[in-house]
Design a protein. Structure first.
Length: 143
């Protein structure tokens, strides 16, 4: 199963405080463990929300909202995509993770949808379209 592992923002990450060298080294070692175990698919850190934008949808209308955004504890500071055996397996990996922030922090784990989750609504035509898109993405990544 694929999961998104979401590193929640903190006041430090939202203020733009960069990690110390030793914290980056510890996280690098953890990422290497994930890679060697075949768990890591991708991951990255995100700039603070002051550098972001949101697009609000209301019927046919769209409006753009500039950051920063309130509710720091609801923001995302970084993420991984992992391939794991189970949600419990992901929890065990997260428990081994160094704290990504200088203060108390949280990491959220969310299963990603798979084709079979959509049932009959996911027609053979939609599956073929998805397969083409993934093949194109993989080809672009290899270029």
């Amino acid at each position: 199963m694929r999961v998104m592992v979401i590193v929640k923002a903190t006041p430090s990450s939202e203020s733009g405080l960069m990690p110390r060298t030793e914290d980056m080294a510890a996280m690098g070692e953890f990422n290497e463990e994930l890679m060697k175990a075949g768990v890591l698919v991708s991951g990255d850190g995100l700039h603070p929300s002051v550098r972001g934008k949101r697009v609000r949808f209301s019927g046919p209308g769209r409006s753009v909202i500039d950051g920063p955004f309130p509710q720091t504890q609801e923001l995302v500071a970084g993420f991984w995509i992992w391939q794991v055996k189970s949600l419990d397996d992901a929890v065990q990996w997260v428990k081994r993770c160094p704290n990504p922030m200088p203060e108390d922090s949280e990491i959220e784990i969310r299963p990603m949808f798979e084709a079979e989750d959509f049932g009959e609504a996911y027609t053979p035509e939609l599956r073929a379209q998805e397969d083409r898109l993934r093949a194109d993405l993989n080809q672009a990544a290899d270029s």
